[in-house]
Ligand binder design. Structure first.
Ligand SMILES: CC(C)[C@H](C(=O)O)[C@@H](O)C(=O)O
Ligand code: SF4
Length: 776
């Protein structure tokens, strides 16, 4: 896996190696984190943990926060503060909690009154916060986006957010190297979104598990930074830990003049560029997995099912599950068609749509809006489309688009022109689909219920979404737009950073909002705020777990299915058990589905979950998934394989995920579970037994993780004991890569004020004084 000293190294090997603070014999690594992005959904419990333990944020200067998932995208003309602006109580509480935390911990924050607010993965690159060769994390799976700069960027769970806030490091291990090489020239109408959809269709949603994917080849090199970001963004949908692209002149050009990048032309800039130029894979570097794609084979692509791997060319038809390879796949395919309301053999272009969503961290940048506008210009949204929304990725993207007149093009055509946020990508705010509504969406996930309970999502590129809006059906953009809709290689000039503004664009979409149907996800959200808070005392020890094991006969179970978005609004870690597997477990009227395993005896008391299909816990990084399992009473999961972030998150909560690669062993365990018999998981001896003590099989677990579980250890406390090593790493960093110290940005004095003043902490955690106020 890792390249030994002196051997040719990949881009990933280089960036990873440069950030190692400490390495244990079992391969556990303490990795330094250069950049930490924070949003309101996955941070409250982390800050609460810090407060309970009396810990500080180690590097407020390397941390940037915004609010994006919960925020309404309606007009902000009369915006005064979050409290009066956000109606929904849980969303309001989550946003206000973030505002409180950024003040308490001195973190720079772009709130709704600031044009720099936007989707966390849009604002990082936009500000130059994301830089080549850095390690970037966020409590969000699409952190992979930032890999487009040659950064090692990946999503983490909330416990890891707390770990990074407290120590600026992360406990991790090396990933495998995977390469996806796309050579040749894209044909007209094909954009970077189609490249990544095509690639995921080829490798599958678990294809990148345990690996970091390097995207390369002439087709990738020709892309703009924004197009590259769309590709890396969706690496997580291919199961990868991260996606990376080697930085080049296009990258450097994009970074020039960005407020948080080293100042263009300065010594620091020149030094940084010299380093960035070394960030490419050495000739002869070895990859564990190699995938080759010819650009000519990529058509405008679209998903037909409920997993991002269910991809066909727009000219294709809905596949027939009866032709799928295995019994499980046939069954899953039938279920998907039923959910999607589709019949095998239907031409994709015959599928009639209800809504269009152009937005999300995948496709809400200025080039995406320009490309969509070029298709829409002079045309009208089809009469059958109930709602067509454009949601810019940030306030600055919105401003820029307005200065180019794009808003007018969209409004004239009948689109809504909204304010920045995640919006209908996952519908934590009021923008959602009603049951059975069908949407062409430029977002990244088509899971069941993703855009609203019962909603049906087809993932497409911005130009395809625009064409779909005009025709009212899934449409081949090449039929209605004669120009080459591929985003151009040239990156836009850096957006102008303006001072704090409260007044928003003039577009009055309030009226539109009234007439547009705004269904609610009808759920009874468990009240979680009365339950005891998480304390830093450590975790319950995990030694032997004996109990009923519930069989779950599914593959690719995503964390949206384990715990849907409406339950992510809690600011606590507890109380989610009743919402576990919500839509699989309950009917729309709240009654139980008797056929679901956890609604049956003896499985209501299960302590172990036995999942027969691979890739359990894929998709979002939400730690709410293990919290929900734990709250239900499940402390151990046994499955053939897991998605990386979910796997990490379980350990952080004192749970044990066991991967069983032998199908025979897996089946023996499943037989016990189906029979409703108890099984025993013995962690110290690493063995699984039947109720009467007969050995079924052994299992692997990393030494350090086992040690923490068996002893109930709080790994933040352990890491803090490595203070000397962290400090000397930081000293080296300040000397060798001074542009990574956030403090040096502050010294240069930035324009623009913070909407929420995050200035009361005059010292970094290292005890160094910050003389200038936190204004970039
Ligand atoms: C809320 C967050 C945990 C989640 C993620 O990690 O991806 C969200 O952004 C999503 O897209 O589902
Ligand atoms: S995937 Fe959607 S919800 Fe998640 S960060 Fe991106 S825009 Fe937001």
């Amino acid at each position: 896996m890792p390249a030994a000293e002196g051997r040719p190294r990949t881009l990933y090997d280089k960036v990873f190696q440069d950030h190692i603070v400490d390495e244990r014999l079992d391969g556990t690594i303490l990795l330094y984190i250069d950049r930490h992005l924070v949003h309101e959904v996955t941070s409250p419990q982390a800050f609460e943990g810090l407060k309970n333990a009396g810990r500080k944020v180690r590097r407020p200067d390397c941390t940037l926060a915004t609010t994006d998932h919960n925020v309404p995208t309606s007009s902000r003309k009369s915006f005064k503060n979050i409290e009066s602006f956000v109606d929904e109580e849980d969303s309001k509480l989550q946003c206000m909690t973030l505002e409180e935390n950024v003040k308490d911990f001195g973190i720079t924050y772009f709130g709704l009154g600031d044009k720099r607010q936007g989707i966390v993965h849009i604002i990082g690159p936009e500000q130059g916060f994301t830089l080549p060769g850095t390690t970037v994390v966020c409590g969000d799976s699409h952190t992979s986006t930032h890999g487009a700069f040659g950064a090692l960027a990946f999503g983490i769970g909330t416990s890891e957010v707390e770990h990074v806030l407290a120590t600026q490091t992360l406990i991790t291990k090396r990933s495998k190297n995977m390469r996806i090489k796309v050579d040749g020239q894209l044909t007209p109408g094909v954009s970077s979104k189609d490249i990544i959809l095509h690639a995921i269709g080829k490798i599958g949603t678990a294809g990148g598990t345990g690996a970091v994917i390097e995207f390369c080849g002439s087709a990738i090199e020709a892309l703009s930074m924004e197009a590259r970001m769309s590709i890396c963004n969706m690496s997580i949908e291919g199961g990868a830990r991260a996606g990376m692209i080697a930085p080049d002149e296009i990258t450097f050009e994009y970074l020039k003049g960005r407020p948080l990048a080293p100042q263009y032309g300065s010594d620091e800039w020149n030094k940084a560029v010299a380093y960035w130029k070394s960030l490419k894979s050495d000739p002869g570097a070895k990859y564990d997995v190699d995938v080759l794609i010819d650009a000519i084979d990529i058509a405008p692509s679209v998903t037909w099912g409920t997993s991002p791997e269910d991809v066909v060319p727009i000219t294709g038809t809905v596949p027939d599950p009866e032709t799928f390879a295995t019994k499980d796949k046939k069954e899953a395919g039938r279920r998907m068609l039923e959910y999607m309301g589709l019949t095998a053999g239907t031409p994709m272009e015959d599928i009639v749509l209800d809504k269009i969503f152009i937005g999300s961290c995948t496709n809400a940048r200025i080039e995406d809006l320009r490309a969509a506008a070029s298709v829409v210009k002079g045309r009208k949204v089809a009469a059958n489309i109930k709602r067509a929304m454009i949601v810019p990725g940030s306030g600055l993207v919105k401003d820029r688009a307005e200065s180019e007149g794009l808003d007018k093009i969209f409004l004239d055509a009948g689109f809504e022109w909204r304010e920045a946020g995640c919006s209908m990508c996952l519908g934590m705010n009021p923008d959602i689909l009603a049951p059975k509504e069908r949407c062409a969406s430029t977002s990244n996930r088509n899971f069941e219920g993703r855009q609203g309970a019962g909603g049906r999502t087809h993932l497409v590129s911005p130009v395809t979404a625009a064409a779909c809006a005009i025709v009212g059906k899934l449409t081949d953009v090449r039929k209605i737009a004669d120009q080459n809709a591929t985003p151009r290689p040239a990156s836009p000039k850096p957006v102008e950073i303006k001072a704090h503004v409260d007044e928003r664009a003039e577009t009055d979409d309030d009226q539109r909002q009234k007439i547009a149907d705004q269904p609610e996800d009808s759920v009874d959200v468990p009240h979680t705020n009365t339950i005891a808070p998480h304390t830093p005392k450590g975790l319950p020890k995990f030694t032997i777990c004996k109990g009923i094991a519930a069989p779950l006969e599914r593959a690719n179970v995503d964390t949206d299915a384990i715990i849907p978005k409406q339950f992510l609004k809690t600011i606590k870690r507890t109380g989610l058990g009743s919402a576990l597997f919500f839509s699989l477990r309950y009917n729309a009227d709240g009654s139980e589905k008797p056929e679901f395993v956890l609604n049956q005896e003896p499985y209501r008391k299960s302590k172990i979950l036995v999942v027969t299909g691979p890739n359990f816990g894929c998709g979002s990084s939400r730690e709410h998934a293990p919290w929900a399992l734990l709250d239900f009473g499940i402390t151990c999961v046994i499955a053939p394989s897991y998605a990386d972030i979910f796997f990490n998150n379980t350990f952080k909560n004192g749970m044990l995920p066991i991967a069983i690669s032998s199908p025979t062993d897996m089946e023996t365990i499943a037989v016990e579970a189906r029979a409703g018999r108890e099984i025993e998981v013995d962690l110290p001896n690493q063995v699984i037994k039947t109720a009467d003590g007969t050995r079924i099989c052994g299992f692997d677990v990393e030494e350090f993780r086992k040690h923490c579980l068996v002893n109930g250890l709080d790994d933040i406390g352990l890491t803090m004991q490595m203070e000397d090593k962290i400090l000397s790493f930081e000293e080296k960093m300040t000397t060798q890569t001074p542009w990574l110290d956030g403090r040096s940005y502050l010294k240069r004095g930035r324009n623009g004020k913070l909407a929420v003043k995050a200035v009361p902490v005059p010292k970094t955690n290292r005890g160094e004084e910050i003389k200038e106020p936190l204004e970039w």
